[in-house]
Structure formats: structure tokens, C-alpha cells
Design a protein around this ligand. Structure first.
Ligand code: FAD
Length: 497
């Protein structure tokens, strides 16, 4: 902040003490803080800053709300849910209910999906802008031209210059397209086209084996597509191997062809996709490329101003969300932090506090020691804390137990016993270190494991809690019991201390 305006701020703060207005609002000048991007990380920061009285300028190149609401979490979960309903109509496990082949109208599914996306975008993003006079929104592409200088190319092709005292970069990520011969010349889909085409392919070939690939491959299978997955390594290769192996078996059981350790040699398109695997060529009417996402850090002028990126182009931030440059903060998918919307939002909130610390004296850090994560396949995959391998690498003598779902009453009542619940504990202290789950409702079950880890609970302590019968989360208690007893020999709801 320039000396003159700093003195002005001091005066304003002193005056504010006497006339009882928010001293911070008097100190922060117009355009004091610039936020690049308008996704969850950006909004979380902007709301906190605005509530504290700061003046914020938010710059967005494309659609307000960013990835999650527009082209990510929300539309993908709607498509996945519609697929689940269709799948159950044809393949549910209850003998007394007639099964029938669902009639799918891709256009109507898309219409409903778009309606919900628009509604959520309005309520959670656009209305927030309207309600917050302290947040000014500019449509345009931002670029940093100095450590406290932002140049914005607006949609009208004019250039605006801002001179903020603090900058938050929250520019998100984009799909990574692998370097495969011919691929660039084909009309392949990324997740965005897959979600918004309104088409249910006859044969969808999915390139990739991580979260987005897994979720969308199964959603399209459930909607009636034939699906082939090509994974360079295994499915969900960054997770405990039991997860990828378990999910592959489930997917193959449903009819997805899963080719692991497979990379196409070339891809061409002549009205259909020809995917050359060497020993065979796959033919498909649509190709989804879901091989990960990279940080949007290019063409932002970051290298030119000396901002440190990691070798993958992610902005490096510390646990206070500070970059190596004093007035520049970054959050969300454009950083090295995990690519989840709730991590982006939590980081945005923390960054906002730290951006104001010189006025408030308040500093805070983002604790990522316990990050529950969910993959919305069916059954769901959920993880938290350490896998057995990670625990061993950190020097723990790790003990694990895996409970298959045929031991969980809820799964038996559902007539769906696919999956497992795994707990990792420290053999010496018996403290729970991690959990990996493949089960229907795993996304809800995992939060209990997260809280058990946060509370430093032992397997005995978790096993001795009351868990409501018949819930899926009861499986977590049963799994904890297997550290010291054989659950097969217990009667229904048996309680162990
Ligand atoms: C298909 C899919 C499904 C997903 N499902 C889930 C899920 O179920 N749960 C979950 O937790 N996460 C999910 N995610 C991940 C989640 O969407 C992201 O982690 C999250 O949205 C990242 O938020 P962000 O604020 O970092 O960036 P974004 O929301 O991506 O926002 C960044 C914004 O910055 C803008 N921008 C970029 N460069 C500039 C520039 N130079 N000038 C101006 N504006 C710029 C972009 O246009 C964009 O709008 C999913 C992602 C995808 C793709």
C-alpha cells in the first residue's frame, strides 16, 4: 500500500473508532484486493473479504461460478444419479419388482441438468454478487503485469488496469489432453462435452482411469452405452490397490470392458473413432478424454513476475496460501493443493483472513492432515487419512483389517454386498490412521472415520461407540471390532468393549 494511502487508512481507522463504523471498511480502498477467477475458491475468499469490509474486484474470463457448479461436481452428479435410477430399473436385486429396460431421453436429462445448474449458479454465485456491494465483478481475462498490477482484457476488447494491494489467484484447472498421435485432430469429448451433449453414445471409449473417468464411464454404462475404459496404469492408481482392483471387478461385473496398463498408439476419426491399441483397434462413436486436469497457470504472466510454480505448472503456496511473492496469494486447483471444491473453498476463506492480517493481526493456516475424499461411482469409493503403504512409509507399524460387505447388515438388507471397508491402525498405540471404503454410501461413512482420526480414537474406542442399526456406517464399527474379534461369531448388533 502506498505511504499516502496508508496514512489515510490510519486516519480513517482512528476516526472509525470514534464514530463506530467498521474500521476495516474505512481502511481498505476501492480496488484494494483483486481476485482472478470466480469459482468456489474465489467466492469463498470474496465473501469473507467483503464481510470484513474490504473492497474486492473479481475477474472472470468465462462463466461466473467456475468449474464445480457449471461443468464439474453438480452436472456430473446429476448425470450419475440419472444413470443409477435407470440402472436400478433394469438391474435391481428385488425378485418381487418387475424389471424393465428404461427408455432414456438424453435431451430431457440434459434439460433438467441445466435447469438445476442454472438455479444453483443463481443462488450460490450470482445472487451473492448482487447482495455484496463490496464485490465488483468484471468479465474479462486477467493477466499479472507486476507484483501488484493486473491487466484485464474485457469482452469488449478494452483493457483495464488495476493496481491492487493484494491479489488472489484462483484460476482453477483444465483437462489435460495426452500426447497421442492423431488425437488432437479428432472431435473428442472432455468431461464438459460429455456432460452437455445430451447424447448417450452407442460405444463410448474412455481414456483415463482416475476420478472423472471412473464416474462418467459408469454413468454412461448405466444410461445404456457400451463402455470401454483404457487406463494407462490401473483404475484409481493413486489409491490403495485394493480400491482399483475392487472397482475393476465391479465394473467388469456390470459389463464395462476395463483395459489397464493400456495406452493407444494412435487415434483417428472418420465418422467413428478408431483407437489403435496395437493388437486390436477399438471402434467407438464417442471418445471421452479424462486423463487428469492441470493448473490454469499459463498466460497469466506468472513466470515474468517471478512467481514460483512446481514442475507441473501448479502455483506453490504455503499453508497460509501465500505464494513466494509477498502480496500474492493462490487457492484451489491452480495450486499444488488437492483438487476438491471443499479444499478450494476452505483455502479461499483462510487466504482471505491472511490477506487482511496486516490490518487485523489475524493469521490462519489450512490444515490438510485429514482430507476425506469421495468418488461417486456405484458403489462409492471413499478414503481418508493414510493407506497401509503410506503409514509404513511414515514409520508406523501399520495394522489393517478389511471387512467385506457380506458382513454388514445394511448391505445384506440392500441385497448389494459389493465392496469392503478397510481400516488402517498403528499397531503400537491402536490409533486409527486411515480408512479406505468401497460401498454404497461410502461418501457418508467416511466422515465418521475422519472424525475418529481427528479425535485420535483407537480401534477399541471406535468399536465401543453406539452406531445405529441398520446403517452402512455401522460397518465401520464392525471393521474396528475385527481388530480384536471375529465379527462372524457375534450376534446381531453385538456390542464390544
Ligand atoms: C467433471 C468434474 C467433476 C467434479 N466433481 C467434484 C466433486 O464431486 N467434488 C469435489 O469436491 N470436486 C469435484 N470436482 C473438482 C472441483 O470442481 C474443483 O476442485 C473446483 O471447482 C476448483 O475450484 P477453483 O475455485 O479452484 O477453480 P474453478 O472453479 O475452476 O474456477 C476458476 C475460474 O477461473 C477462471 N479463469 C481462469 N483463468 C482466468 C483468467 N486469466 N482471467 C479470468 N478468469 C480466469 C476460469 O474461467 C474459472 O471460471 C470435479 C471436477 C470436474 C471437472
Amino acid at each position: 500500500m502506498k505511504t499516502k494511502s496508508f496514512l489515510k487508512s490510519i486516519m480513517a481507522a482512528a476516526t472509525a473508532l470514534f464514530i463506530n463504523i467498521n474500521p476495516l471498511s474505512a481502511m481498505i480502498e476501492d480496488e484494494d484486493i483483486a481476485i482472478i477467477g470466480s469459482g468456489s475458491g474465489a467466492f469463498s475468499a470474496a465473501i469473507r473479504l467483503a464481510n470484513k469490509g474490504a473492497k474486492v474486484t473479481m475477474i472472470e474470463e468465462k462463466t461466473v461460478g467456475g468449474t464445480c457448479v457449471n461443468v464439474g461436481c453438480v452436472p456430473s452428479k446429476i448425470l450419475i444419479r440419472s444413470g443409477q435410477i435407470a440402472h436400478l430399473q433394469e438391474k435391481h436385486p428385488f425378485k418381487g419388482i418387475q424389471k424393465s429396460k428404461p427408455e432414456i431421453d438424453g435431451t430431457l436429462i440434459l434439460e433438467q441438468l441445466q435447469e438445476r445448474v442454472l438455479g444453483l449458479r443463481q443462488a450460490k454465485y450470482e445472487d451473492i454478487l448482487l447482495q455484496n456491494p463490496n464485490i465488483r465483478f468484471i468479465q474479462g481475462r486477467a493477466r499479472l503485469t507486476g507484483p501488484t498490477r493486473v491487466s484485464i482484457k474485457t469482452s469488449e476488447e478494452t483493457t483495464l488496469e488495476l493496481n491492487p494491494t493484494k491479489i488472489l489467484i484462483a484460476t482453477g484447472s483444465s483437462p489435460t489432453i495426452p500426447d497421442i498421435m492423431g488425437l488432437q485432430e479428432t472431435p473428442y469429448w472432455t468431461s464438459t462435452e460429455a456432460l452437455f451433449s445430451g447424447i448417450v453414445p452407442k460405444h463410448l471409449i474412455v481414456l483415463g482411469g482416475s476420478v472423472v473417468a471412473v464416474e462418467l464411464a459408469q454413468a454412461f454404462l448405466h444410461l445404456g452405452s457400451k463402455v470401454t475404459m483404457l487406463a494407462r496404469s490401473t483404475l484409481l492408481s493413486k489409491e490403495d490397490p485394493d480400491i482399483g482392483n475392487g472397482l475393476k471387478e465391479i465394473f467388469e461385473g456390470e459389463g464395462i470392458r476395463v483395459l489397464t496398463h493400456t495406452l493407444p498408439q494412435s487415434i483417428t476419426y472418420n465418422g467413428a473413432f478408431n483407437v489403435d491399441l496395437g493388437e486390436e483397434t477399438l471402434l467407438g462413436d464417442h471418445l471421452l478424454v479424462a486423463t487428469g486436469r492441470h493448473a490454469n497457470s499459463r498466460n497469466l504472466g506468472l513466470e515474468e513476475i517471478g512467481l514460483t510454480l512446481d514442475p507441473e505448472g501448479r502455483i506453490l503456496v504455503d499453508d497460509h496460501l501465500r505464494t513466494n511473492l509477498p502480496n500474492i496469494f493462490a487457492v484451489g486447483d491452480c495450486t499444488q493443493l488437492p483438487q476438491y471444491v471443499y479444499v478450494a473453498a476452505a483455502a479461499g476463506n483462510k487466504a482471505a483472513t491472511n490477506m487482511l492480517s496486516e490490518y487485523t493481526g489475524e493469521e490462519t493456516s489450512l490444515d490438510l492432515s485429514i482430507v476425506p475424499a469421495v468418488i461417486f461411482s456405484d458403489p462409492q469409493v471413499a478414503t481418508v487419512g493414510l493407506s497401509a503403504k503410506q503409514a509404513q512409509e511414515l514409520g508406523y507399524e501399520a495394522e489393517t483389517r478389511t471387512l467385506t460387505l457380506d458382513n454388514v447388515p445394511r448391505a445384506l438388507a440392500n441385497f448389494d454386498t459389493r465392496g469392503f471397508i478397510k481400516l488402517v491402525a498403528d499397531k503400537k498405540t491402536k490409533r486409527i490412521l486411515g480408512s479406505q471404503i468401497v460401498a454404497s454410501e461410502a461418501g457418508d461413512v467416511i466422515q465418521t472415520a475422519a472424525l475418529a482420526i481427528r479425535g485420535k480414537m483407537t480401534t477399541h474406542e471406535l468399536a465401543s461407540q453406539l452406531f445405529p442399526y441398520l446403517t452402512m456406517v455401522e460397518g465401520l464399527k464392525l471393521c474396528a471390532q475385527t481388530f480384536f474379534t471375529d465379527v462372524k461369531k457375534l450376534s446381531c448388533c453385538a456390542h464390544m468393549e
